[in-house]
Design a protein around this ligand. Sequence first.
Ligand SMILES: Cc1ncc(COP(=O)(O)O)c(C=O)c1O
Length: 372
Amino acid sequence: MTIPKYKIPITKPDLGDDEIFAVSNVIRSGWIMQGNCVSEFERAFAEYVGAKTAIAVSSGTAALHLALLAAGVKQGKTVICPSYSFIATANVIRLCGAEPIFVDIDPETYNIEPKLLASVSQPNTCAILAVHQVGLPANIEEINLFAKEHNLVVIEDAACAIGSEYNQEKIGKPHSLAAGFSFHPRKLLTTGDGGIVTTNDLDFAKQVRCLRQHGIDNPKEGYQVVGFNYRLTDLQAAIGLEQIKKLPLFLSHRRSQAKRYNQAFSRCPLLGIPKEFPNMLSNFQSYQMRLLPNDKITRDELLKGLIEAGIFAQAGIQPIHKQVIYKEFNQLSLIETEKAAQQVVMLPLYYSLSESEQNYIIETTLNLINKH
Ligand SMILES: Cc1ncc(COP(=O)(O)O)c(C=O)c1O
C-alpha cells in the first residue's frame, strides 16, 4: 500500500496566537466563568449579524433548546423539522417534551421543502425549526409565509450558518423569532464548544437569559423558572472575540475555495456540485456535492478511495428518522432526504487548506471516478 502524499482532515479549526493571548489575559484576570468577555462577545455577535441582542450559551444544542422553550414548545406539541440534519435538531424538540415531525428537503438546497409543510402540519404543531444546512440558508420567506398563515413560530437552526446571508442580510438578523448558532470546531467560528441565540424580541431574550442560568437573570428579581447551567465561559468568549474579527477573511477564503471545487467538478458529469442562489449565500461550512447514480463507481467506493489517499471525506448527513432513537419514524419515506444521504460526499474545506492540498483532493477525486 502506498503512503498518501497528504493527510487531510475534513476540517480544522483556525486558532492561533491571537486566541492564545486572549485566553491568557482572561486567566490572568482571575475571572474565567461567564462575565464581561461573554457580554462583549454577545454584543459583537449581535452587531455582526444585525440582531438587537444575543445570548451566549454552552453549545448550539443549548441555544436551540432554550430558544424552543422560550418560544413555548412543550409536551403535547409537535415541531416540524428536517430529518436531513444533525441529530440535535430533533433532540432539542424532545428535550422540550414535544415531538418532531420530519419533512422532506428540497434536493437543491438540502433544506426544508416549503411546499411540503401543508402536508405534514398537524393540529398540535406549534413551531417550525428551519435548518440552514451546512451553511446554505433555507427558503425562510416561504417558511415564514406558511407559519404566519398557520400561527406557527419559526426558529432557525443556524448552527452551521455563521456569515451566511439571506436576501443580502446575515442569518441571525433574525428572519424569524430567533436563530441558534453553534461554535463547535467544525463551524467557521469556534470557541471549542459554545453557541448563541440571536433575536430582536427583548422579552424572549430575557427568558432565554433566565433559562441559561438556573432561572435567574437579574439577582434582584430572584429565581424565575427552573433553569439550566448552559453558560459560556469568559475563556471561550475571549476566543470568540478573536475569531469574529477574522470571520470576513474566513468567509471570503472559503467561498473562493468552494468556487475552485465547483470549477473543477462542474466538468464531471457524474458529480452534482452545490447550486448557488442569488438570494441565498452559503458560508460553505462544508463542501457538499453528490456522486450521481452511475454504473462506474459507488459513493462508498469513492469515499473509501479518498480515505485511502489520506483525504478524510465524509458521507452525507445520516437522516434522523432512520436512527434507533427515532425508531417510530424508521418506516417513514423521505425520498429526497434518503437520496441525499446516499449520494452526498463532503470534501475537506477549511481556511488553512492549502492550494496544493486542494489540488490533490480534486485530482484524486477525478482520478477515482475516471479510473473505475
Ligand atoms: C444543524 C445542527 N444543529 C445543531 C447542532 C448542535 O450544535 P452543537 O454541537 O454546538 O451542540 C449542530 C452541530 O453540529 C448542527 O449541525
